[in-house]
Design a protein around this ligand. Structure first.
Ligand SMILES: [Zn+2]
Length: 230
């Protein structure tokens, strides 16, 4: 029970820090992300559209959400690096398929290493044959305890969105999660194979809501991480 009260208080403190940056500056309370580099990675891009369904391209949703997430995180004092800010990927000419894909991902991780970022968040959208699967889900690498904690913090915030399918975070061997070297997660923001979720995912209102909750989760993770290191 005490633990629950503690984490609730912690969570409310996180929300306050995010919602009132002006007051935060006045009170002198430092945000746990102040001055920290965070890499936000909009998945796919260029000739690689990611999943495509109902005229919606995953790469476009990923970029729209990543750009919004950048703003939310910057409000907390974070310094955000986008692995792409337009419709392209980082593969070079002459490479094909798997080789090109791996090169693209390795370049995204290089941006992470060069900036000495404290964490890596990749944004993707899910797609299944089923039209009924829905809800955001967060992936982490099974060997990363920090990655798991970050994923759980974000998943918990995403589960609190009204009307959203409540999923649990999952493990994945995805290349960037395995090789990030820092806490890393892949957020599948929802299913574009689900017609109603696809419609929501293309709207600014829902995209902003997702970004608000992802940023809250990241803030909570940073607070927990700092408490653990004391
Ligand atoms: Zn994807």
């Amino acid at each position: 029970m005490l633990k629950r009260i503690f984490f609730t208080t912690l969570f409310l403190a996180c929300i306050c820090l995010i919602c009132i940056p002006a007051e935060m500056a006045i009170s002198g309370v430092a945000s746990p992300l102040a001055g920290q580099f965070v890499v936000v990675d909009p998945g796919h891009g260029g000739y690689d559209p990611g999943a495509v369904r109902g005229g919606v391209l995953e790469k476009e949703i990923n970029l729209q959400i990543a750009l919004k997430l950048k703003k939310y995180l910057e409000e907390t004092g974070a310094r955000v690096i986008l692995t792409r800010c337009g419709d392209y990927n980082l593969a070079v000419a002459g490479l094909h398929k798997r080789e090109a894909h791996r090169y693209d991902l390795s370049k995204r991780l290089e941006m992470m290493r060069q900036s000495n970022a404290c964490l890596f968040v990749s944004i993707h959208a899910n797609c299944m044959y089923s039209r009924t699967s829905g809800g955001p889900e967060v992936f982490y690498h099974q060997q990363s305890e920090d990655g798991k904690m970050l994923a759980e913090c974000i998943q918990e915030e995403l589960r609190s969105i009204p009307g959203v399918r409540k999923r649990l975070c999952k493990t994945s061997n995805y290349y960037v999660l395995h090789n990030a070297g820092k806490p890393a997660v892949l957020v599948e923001v929802g299913f574009i194979s689900n017609p109603s979720e696809r419609k929501r995912l293309t709207g600014d209102e829902y995209q902003n809501l997702l970004c608000q909750r992802i940023s809250w989760g990241i803030m909570k993770f940073r607070v927990l991480q700092q408490l653990e290191s004391r």
